[in-house]
Design a protein around this ligand. Structure first.
Ligand code: SF4
Length: 308
């Protein structure tokens, strides 16, 4: 059922100054940083760097209209995509590794970030799509506080790896309209081997439950553009490393079969995966078919299948 277009919830938070208070609380959390499960406890406000290697200022690699996201996100005019520099994971196969690992991009002030969001609105974006934002929640909230006062009224898409802290997500309650996280792995071994994040499965499940509690399953307007809700991405990996069946069981039984899943076949060995004995090849047709069968087994038919 399509839902009516409504103003994003952060507009009300902005009017009552709650958005600015949230930004303040998020900056305070950077003093002994625990914004994500790495829990580095470094003082980013003083320039100390933790696992993500991003300090007080966020970095931005690009801000552009993107037409290759899921149909409700790209729509007809494109998604206003802001690629943040750095990441709290170390995926060996990262396709954006110059941005996430080598930290290409420019440091930006909250004022500049706000200007980027407003420019994307002027260019016709359906939404503001934050790519890899988990480590820059404070800087985003500060930028949004300014942009909302200056007329930003587009839905905000939180496009993340799913390795999130619950305290940071609580600061985003009523701010984020659309959550679009990955679920990358369902085993400790795969998450350690591929991303140096052995506790990924422990953290991604409560994080996604919290996202679902905040926004429910993705709802679209009568033109098929996403308005609010959760959708999930799952990339099939060689050798069953993504643990797809357990992932789908979790989505169907602990979230809802209504949550759309994008089953992706686009894996190719990039970055450190090129010479890796397990990750150094594309996926086979059989591997993808097995993941697709598991998706159907759990009746997750609301999303998209990126056929090989
Ligand atoms: S956001 Fe960065 S510094 Fe903070 S806990 Fe996560 S990885 Fe560590």
């Amino acid at each position: 059922m399509p839902c009516a277009k409504t103003s994003p919830a952060y507009i009300a938070l902005s009017k009552g100054n709650e958005l600015a208070r949230r930004a303040g609380r998020a900056y305070a959390a950077m003093k002994s940083c625990s914004l994500c499960p790495r829990d580095c406890k470094v003082d980013r406000l003083k320039g100390e760097l933790g696992y993500c290697r991003i300090g007080k200022r966020a970095g931005v690699a690009s801000a552009n209209l993107h037409h290759g996201e899921e149909p409700p996100i790209s729509g007809t005019r494109g998604s206003g995509t802001i690629f943040f520099t750095g990441c709290n994971m170390s995926c060996r196969f990262c396709q954006n590794w110059p941005i996430s690992h080598l930290r290409h991009g420019k440091a930006v002030t909250p004022e500049r970030l706000a200007q980027m969001m407003l420019d994307l609105k002027k260019r016709g974006a359906h939404n503001i799509n934050l790519v890899t934002p988990s480590h820059v929640v404070p800087q985003f909230l500060a930028g949004l506080t300014i942009a909302a006062k200056d007329g930003l009224d587009l839905p905000i898409v939180y496009n993340s790896n799913g390795y999130e802290g619950l305290d940071a997500l609580s600061l985003l309650d009523g701010v984020i309209d659309i959550y679009m996280p990955d679920i990358k792995y369902s085993t400790r071994e795969a998450a350690q081997r591929c991303s140096l994040a052995p506790d990924y499965w422990e953290h991604v499940r409560p994080a996604l439950k919290e996202m679902y509690r905040q926004v429910g399953a993705l709802a679209m307007d009568d033109e098929g553009i996403g308005v609010r809700g959760l959708l999930i991405r799952h990339l099939v990996l060689p050798g069953g490393l993504a643990g797809s069946e357990k992932v789908f069981e979790f989505v169907a039984t602990e979230l809802s079969p209504d949550v759309p899943v994008n089953l992706m076949s686009q894996y190719f060995p990039a970055h450190d995966a090129v010479d890796d004995p397990l990750l150094g090849r594309g996926i086979s047709k059989e591997e993808f078919a097995s993941a697709e069968a598991a998706l159907h087994q759990y009746n997750l038919t609301n999303g998209w299948i990126q056929h090989m």
